[in-house]
Structures are given as structure tokens and as C-alpha cells.
Design a protein around this ligand. Structure first.
Ligand code: PHE
Length: 338
């Protein structure tokens, strides 16, 4: 038995293998159910008491050596496999991360804001969750004005006498500016607004606006007209014309709706302008004295004008987009064109 142990020790010592299969075969031959070592342990039961101590120790050494060898060979195999995984072809071109671009709505919003910034207007922003005062009451909406109605406004909490709601226009930001600052005031207010409207090619319940406000001594309707003409030509080109039509807003008097000559047909008449030659782009007017007074501005001393436009609408006209929902769907095939 002793010589058998010596022989197996030598075998274990010199054994080497470089595949999983060969290592496994070795393990079975040594330590498997019918393996050489297992056999020896069986035989060990029959040896005499005097020999047990010495042979037992030797057997254990052999078993440990065999187990260590298997582990060592497996580890080595693992190491070299790891090397294989890392062994990539470094001469192949890498995978590029695409560079993102601005969303067309952001581009158009920035362009509008920048045109007014060049005229000395500063940008002002305010909360999307507003109260009734800043969205309606301070802007001269009568208590029963239909625009406050559930049909237009998303109310968050209408329990109190100053309900909390999602702003329906960024005129609320103009109120916040007037409350804090005395004239001269020149601000543009870009932002997201919310109205309870059916979604269609021309309308959405969430959209973006840029509104503007200019208040100083002796500001006239003519100032407004010239400012808006300048804006329109910067935005749509030197050859466009503007037209003001009488309109109504509670917070301006007089009020107007501004059209631009159709950017598609140049005013001759086409499908886009419904053969009128004109496209409506914004509301405007002289700030109502009640609004100035509600914000503690002396309406005898100061006057001003305000205007507001939808960014989606301007974007659709500028890029000839037939359906404003395309701007909100996040389809890369569409967005990559800008
Ligand atoms: N606040 C108006 C709207 O959301 C737009 C507007 C602003 C009209 C300022 C006149 C003056 O429709």
C-alpha cells in the first residue's frame, strides 16, 4: 500500500492539463467513486492498527495534494480564459456615442427669446403651478370669466378663494415681475402652459409660450406695432408683412391679434393659410390700467404693451410642420432633421 501511495504521489506531482475536460478526467481517476484514491481509502479499512497512523497521514497528504493540483490547474485555466476575453482586436474602429442636438421647440424658443433680448428685454421665469390671482384675477378676468372654467383650466385645488391651478398662460410671470419691480419693465417670459383642450393637429393640452411685456412712460400702440414688426422680420425674413386685427383679452385694451403674411405662398393664398394669405401668430395689446393698478403700478404715469405667442405654432410655420403632435412624440427620424 505504501508503494502505491508513493506512485500516486508522483503521478499527481507531474500531472498537468490545459483543458477543463482533462482536469475532470484526472479528478474522476483519482477522487471519483472508483478512483485510485477512493480505492486506497477502502483498502485502508483493512490495514493493521500499527500501520493505520502512518498510512493514514500519507493518504491524507496524497488526497490534499490531488485536490490542490486540481484547483491549481482550474485556476490557471480560468486566468488564461480571462486573457482570451480581453484579447480584442484593438485596431477595429470603436463604437461612437452619438452627439445629441437641441429639440426644435427649444431652438425656436431660444430664437424668439434672443430676438427680444437684443431689444433689451430680459428673460423672466415663474412657476407652472400657480394660483388664481397670478393667472386670472390680477389680469382683470371677471370672477365669472369662462376662461377660469373647468373646461379650460386644470385645477389642483379649488377649495379656497385663491385656487391652485396649472397656469394657462405665462402672463402670470408678467404679474410676478410687475409686483416686484417698478417700470421701466422689459421682460420676455418663455415657459410651458396647460389647457384642458382636446389634442389635435393644431392644439395640445400642454404647450409652450413666449410672452412679453414693456412698461414705461409714454409707451404707445405704435411702439408695439414696430417692435412686433421687427420681431417678425427677424424670425421669418425681411419680406414678411404683419397685420393687426381687433380682438379681446381681459388684460389688454385695445387688444389685437397679429397675422403674418403666409410664409409658404408669400400672401398669394394656399392651403396652409386657407387662401387668406395670412397666418395668425400672436395676441397683443396695451396693458389694461386695472392690471397695472392690481400690481401697484401707477396707471396715470405708466403705460405699456404685452404680447404672447405659442412656440409650437411658430415652429410649425417656420419649418412647415403639418401637425404639432410631431414635435412632442420624440420620434428620432423626425427630430434628426433639425
Ligand atoms: N395670454 C394670452 C394667451 O395666452 C396672449 C396674450 C398675451 C395676449 C399678452 C395679449 C397680450 O392667449
Amino acid at each position: 500500500m505504501n508503494s502505491k501511495i508513493e506512485q500516486l504521489l508522483a503521478e499527481v506531482e507531474k500531472f498537468t492539463a490545459d483543458t477543463e475536460q482533462k482536469i475532470e478526467e484526472f479528478r474522476i481517476a483519482m477522487l471519483g467513486k472508483k478512483g485510485a484514491l477512493t480505492q486506497l481509502f477502502d483498502d485502508f479499512k483493512t490495514v493493521s492498527v500499527e500501520q493505520k497512523k502512518e498510512l493514514g497521514q500519507k493518504l491524507n497528504v496524497l488526497k490534499n495534494k490531488a485536490q490542490d493540483k486540481i484547483k491549481e490547474l482550474k485556476d490557471r485555466l480560468g486566468e488564461s480564459n480571462k486573457g482570451l476575453v480581453l484579447d480584442v482586436d484593438k485596431t477595429l474602429p470603436g463604437v461612437r456615442n452619438g452627439v445629441g442636438t437641441r429639440h426644435p421647440l427649444s431652438m425656436v424658443k431660444n430664437e424668439i427669446v434672443q430676438i427680444f433680448n437684443r431689444l433689451g428685454y430680459v428673460t423672466a421665469e415663474g412657476p407652472e403651478i400657480e394660483d388664481d390671482w397670478h393667472v386670472f384675477s390680477a389680469l382683470n378676468f371677471a370672477p365669472d370669466h369662462p376662461a377660469r372654467d373647468m373646461q379650460d383650466t386644470f385645477f389642483i385645488n379649488s377649495d379656497s378663494d385663491n385656487p391652485i391651478l396649472l397656469r394657462t398662460h405665462t402672463s402670470s410671470v408678467q404679474v410676478r415681475v410687475m409686483e416686484k419691480q417698478q417700470p421701466p419693465i422689459r421682460v420676455v417670459c418663455p415657459g410651458r402652459v396647460f389647457r384642458n383642450e382636446d389634442i389635435s393637429a393644431r392644439a395640445h393640452c400642454i404647450f409652450h409660450q413666449v410672452e412679453g411685456l414693456y412698461i414705461d412712460e409714454n409707451v404707445s400702440f405704435a411702439d408695439m406695432k414696430q417692435t412686433l414688426l421687427y420681431f417678425t422680420r427677424e424670425m421669418f425674413g425681411e419680406n414678411v408683412e404683419i397685420r393687426l386685427r381687433p380682438s379681446y383679452f381681459p388684460f389688454t385694451e385695445p387688444s389685437a391679434e397679429m397675422d403674418v403674411s403666409c410664409t409658404i405662398c408669400g400672401g398669394k393664398g394656399c392651403n396652409i393659410c386657407k387662401h387668406t394669405g395670412w397666418l395668425e401668430i400672436m395676441g397683443c395689446g396695451m396693458v389694461h390700467p386695472n392690471v397695472l393698478e392690481a400690481c401697484n403700478i401707477d396707471s396715470k404715469k405708466y403705460s405699456g404693451f404685452a404680447f404672447g405667442m405659442g412656440v409650437e405654432r411658430i415652429a410649425c410655420l417656420k419649418y412647415n410642420i403639418p401637425d404639432l403632435r410631431m414635435l412632442l412624440e420624440g420620434d428620432m427620424r423626425f427630430l434628426r432633421q433639425f
